[in-house]
Write a protein that binds this ligand. Structure first.
Ligand code: E4P
Length: 221
């Protein structure tokens, strides 16, 4: 499974990249707008920090077909590989996904709210499909829709990967890992909540205390 970080916070990316096997980073216009940095600075920071084999996903801002295509070419030209354009699955977006794939660009279909939207983007050749899990849960069974999407792609033998997005808690991620999700993109806080069980530190403190009490030191030898 690919573990992707959904953030423009470079400090958080560096911290988690040191701790975990991070496949790449996703952003969207809201994430970059809230970062407090200029878009060029955010994107430049990601390109400078991430290894060439780590993936970067940047979303189009324009919403018409021509604007999306212009920005898709720009985004995918920022570095030679592992650069993906995120395109929302509007009508113009679906056209742009087809056209971008015809030009050989890496494409993530985003702002997906149903398994059917995602499936159509897969038919158009999108490399990744990003269902917005938590937002989908506001309309019904978001997890169930994504589980169905995984099955739909498998039975129809479509190669698009599902990169589940818009997570608000670790349990949502857990359920989709169990269902065989190919990729997740998670905010740093959700990633940390998956590795920061308080019991672990309590256990380590207890080992140290017991060892020190018995042997008068905190090292093995
Ligand atoms: C996905 O790539 C999006 O950036 C993101 O997950 C949207 O999540 P939100 O619902 O927190 O805005």
């Amino acid at each position: 499974m690919e573990l992707i970080l959904d953030t423009a916070d470079l400090d958080a990316i560096k911290e988690l990249d040191g701790l975990l096997d991070v496949t790449g980073v996703t952003t969207n216009p809201s994430i970059i707008a809230k970062s407090g940095h200029a878009p060029e600075e955010v994107i430049g920071g990601l390109v400078d920090y991430l290894r060439p084999d780590q993936k970067i996903f940047i979303q189009t801002v324009q919403t018409d077909f021509d604007g999306m295509m212009e920005e898709a070419r720009h985004i995918c030209g920022i570095r030679p590989e592992n650069m993906y354009v995120k395109i929302p699955v509007t009508h113009d977006g679906l056209r742009a996904i087809k056209a971008a794939k015809a030009e050989g660009l890496g494409v993530l279909a985003t702002a997906i709210y149903s398994a059917d939207e995602a499936f159509m983007a897969a038919m158009n050749g999108a490399d990744y499909l990003a269902p917005y899990v938590n937002r989908m849960c506001n309309y019904g069974d978001g997890i169930g829709q994504v589980v169905e999407l995984i099955e739909m792609l498998a039975v129809q033998d479509l190669p698009s990967k599902v990169v589940a997005a818009s997570f608000k808690n670790a349990d949502q991620v857990h359920q989709l890992i169990l269902a065989g999700i190919q990729a997740v993109t998670v905010p740093p806080a959700v990633a940390l909540s998956m590795i920061d069980h308080p019991g672990t530190q309590i256990a380590v403190d207890e080992f140290t205390t017991n060892w020190k009490t018995a042997f008068g030191r905190t090292t093995l030898a």
